[in-house]
Ligand binder design. Structure first.
Ligand SMILES: [Zn+2]
Length: 55
């Protein structure tokens, strides 16, 4: 099973969310709890889910 590092809290996860938290900035990968911290911000954008486990 693959994992990826959350770019906000730098921990390893099997599921990450592709988000933007600043307007015009790069897409970052964030874990669920980090997404929840940012999703109420005006520049938050959701770009998909990354899963290490393939079915
Ligand atoms: Zn995180």
């Amino acid at each position: 099973m693959k994992t990826k590092i959350c770019m906000v809290c730098h921990q390893e996860f099997e599921i990450l969310f592709r988000i933007q938290i600043e307007k015009g900035k790069k897409w970052i990968f964030a874990c669920k709890s980090c997404v929840e911290k940012h999703q109420n911000q005006p520049n938050y954008k959701y770009g998909g889910t990354w899963k290490g486990k393939r079915h």
